[in-house]
Ligand binder design. Structure first.
Ligand code: ADP
Length: 268
């Protein structure tokens, strides 16, 4: 038996997710075989929302971990803690997910160091086992457990990339900002703005996405468009709303800010 409260990890209400290209059915088929899945795509394009939606649809608990470069294997697997009665083992999120049969979502896995990443190897192949070396325990993954990771190919560099031996444990789905009409629908619905305003926001984003690699690391994401829409829905002047959510977060370069500001003023 495990001591974890599974209910707290259940996705309680249906998250709004607009299916773009049959990715829900592909994911379901992969889940049916408990295949590890990698979601590839730029930041803020719907990867996390998709996992939440699928966890809800499949009725599985979801445990999400935001990965970072300081993360150690113990942060995923668990560690001994000292308390008044001595030492006590505490499962990390990956171990917990393996025990309760959750979907474990490791967001931005590339951020983690490679010695951290390798802990997922034994649990992503036919063994489906997680060794807790420090505790001397081998955890068999619950039959419903699945591992999902996200990966932003834009950040990839020689220094920071997944090893082939890690990559080749996953089936992968490509994500990108959806086509204009769908993205406008998403923004209108998420932010509570009219279709016309949402369409303008998406057009601004398209201009910036063309600047990727020409002074911008990434274009404006769907997430930022939702923020812009939310500010406008709060009654903020659209130009000021866009400046705060689409221009200022994206770059510190004064010339680039001016270019973005001009794009905003073309539409509002
Ligand atoms: P990431 O790809 O970084 O995980 P998120 O899943 O957090 O991005 O998406 C950012 C925001 O964009 C979400 O909060 C949601 O408002 C919106 N979004 C993007 N794509 C979709 C979609 N297909 N359906 C519904 N909302 C979406």
């Amino acid at each position: 038996m495990n001591q974890h409260d599974t209910d707290q990890f259940k996705v309680k209400a249906e998250p709004f997710y607009r299916v773009v290209a049959g990715e829900d059915e592909l994911y379901e088929a992969a889940y049916a075989r408990r295949m590890p899945v990698m979601l590839k795509g730029p930041t803020g394009c719907g990867k996390s929302r998709f996992v939440e939606y699928m966890a809800w649809k499949l009725g599985r608990p979801l445990i999400t971990v935001a990965c970072n470069e300081d993360m150690t294997a113990s942060d995923l697997v668990g560690r001994f803690l000292l308390d008044k009665d001595g030492t006590k083992w505490q499962d990390g999120p990956l171990t917990m997910a393996a025990r309760i049969g959750a979907i474990c979502y490791l967001d931005e896995i590339v951020e983690a160091r490679q010695d951290t990443t390798v802990v997922i190897h034994p649990i992503t192949d036919h063994r489906r086992q997680l060794p807790l070396d420090k505790k001397g325990e081998l955890v068999d993954a619950h039959p419903d457990f699945q591992l999902v990771i996200s990966y932003n190919p834009g950040y990839q560099s020689l220094m920071k990339d997944l090893k082939q031996s890690t990559k080749q444990r996953f089936a992968a789905l490509d994500f990108d900002y959806p086509e204009a009409a769908i993205e406008a629908d998403i923004v209108a619905r998420e932010a509570g703005v009219d279709g016309e305003t949402a369409k303008k926001l998406v057009q601004i984003a398209h201009r910036t996405r063309n600047l990727k690699g020409h002074g911008l690391d990434e274009g404006i994401s769907t997430r930022l468009l939702v923020y812009a829409g939310q500010m406008i829905a709060e009654g903020v002047d659209p130009v000021a709303a866009c400046q705060m959510t689409l221009v200022t977060p994206l770059t510190d370069d004064p010339d680039m800010r001016q270019t973005l500001q001009a794009a905003v003023e073309t539409f509002f």
